[in-house]
Write a protein that binds this ligand. Sequence first.
Ligand SMILES: Cc1cc2nc3c(=O)[nH]c(=O)nc-3n(C[C@H](O)[C@H](O)[C@H](O)COP(=O)(O)OP(=O)(O)OC[C@H]3O[C@@H](n4cnc5c(N)ncnc54)[C@H](O)[C@@H]3O)c2cc1C
Length: 326
Amino acid sequence: MLDVAVIGVGLAGISAAVECQKKGLKIGLFDKSRGVGGRLATRRVNDIRLDHGLPSWNIQGPHTQALTEKLLAEQIISPWKVAHSDSNSVDAWQTLETENFYAAPNGMTAIAKYLARDLTINRSFHLDKIIPAENHWQLHFKNNETVEAKAIILAIPASQAVPLVENFVTRELGDRLQSVTYEPAISLMLGFEELNLNFPWQELCLSDHPSFKKIILDGKKRSPQAQTLVLQTNATFTEKYLDADNLQPIAQTLIREIRQLLNLSQPSWHQIHRWRYALPDKTFSESHLYLPLELPLILCGDWCLGNGAEGAIASGLAAATYFDGR
Ligand SMILES: Cc1cc2nc3c(=O)[nH]c(=O)nc-3n(C[C@H](O)[C@H](O)[C@H](O)COP(=O)(O)OP(=O)(O)OC[C@H]3O[C@@H](n4cnc5c(N)ncnc54)[C@H](O)[C@@H]3O)c2cc1C
């Protein structure tokens, strides 16, 4: 029997699991996907890594500050230049001031792998149902596995947690959880025979473009440099296609648009990924949610506090404080 089952191997779940393990608790860590890191997501295409989730890392508060120092010392991240623009003119993009961020040459999942290095991860474990039994929880996974645990930490997006906990929350709390919303995003990954883009930045955030939120020169993270680009669409554009069955026509539209904008050749390949829950928009405004039941059930994630990676880590750590002195 586990002391704590942690569901979700993103920054929040890993932070919670590491803390629980430090307290000597017997933990099990489960994720529905085959990878590690959740929205710290890296994909390999033709042996080239591309970050199609969080593209870069920056210091947003004390947790990301402390972690940045460790990640730099371990050479997991390196400097990366980010610019912002409210202009859609390529000429204006040539003279932008840049901010110091960090990118991960081996992909953003390397950050999650580093943090989770002492944890055992159960992959392809999609939690389907939670059932209270005498003195423990029964967790039922879609792969037909059942796990018993004395406590559960759910470190997954609020909207995905709601169906799992709806039998255990009051209507008012259920409504509060339902009121958490996320900005969606589409990531388009492009590979070229040759790509010669020279700007003072490596990642550009656009505030006023009809479709693009970010243009990321992702290939410049890699050694040797790869001929790749990653584009992220903004929430307004993405919402129109949130339920589209086929994303390929959208990929073609975006490819036409970026080719025209940056005067690019036809990419030799592309992949597209839709994120229904990219960044919290309306948050829960508390560090975590402890449900006062007979058996501990705690919810955490970036949706609790917002503030991206910093908020996700803070929320995971806050969830683990429940076990202090127990
Ligand atoms: C395209 C994109 C761009 C972003 N840009 C920025 C940015 O510029 N700045 C910033 O600060 N942040 C950004 N973010 C957000 C940032 O990545 C997140 O805030 C942070 O990584 C969230 O961590 P988390 O642990 O809360 O959730 P996640 O990383 O989402 O982890 C949750 C995990 O739970 C798993 N899971 C869900 N349901 C189940 C289930 N039923 N059973 C088992 N496992 C389950 C998922 O597979 C996932 O691995 C971006 C995200 C995306 C996708």
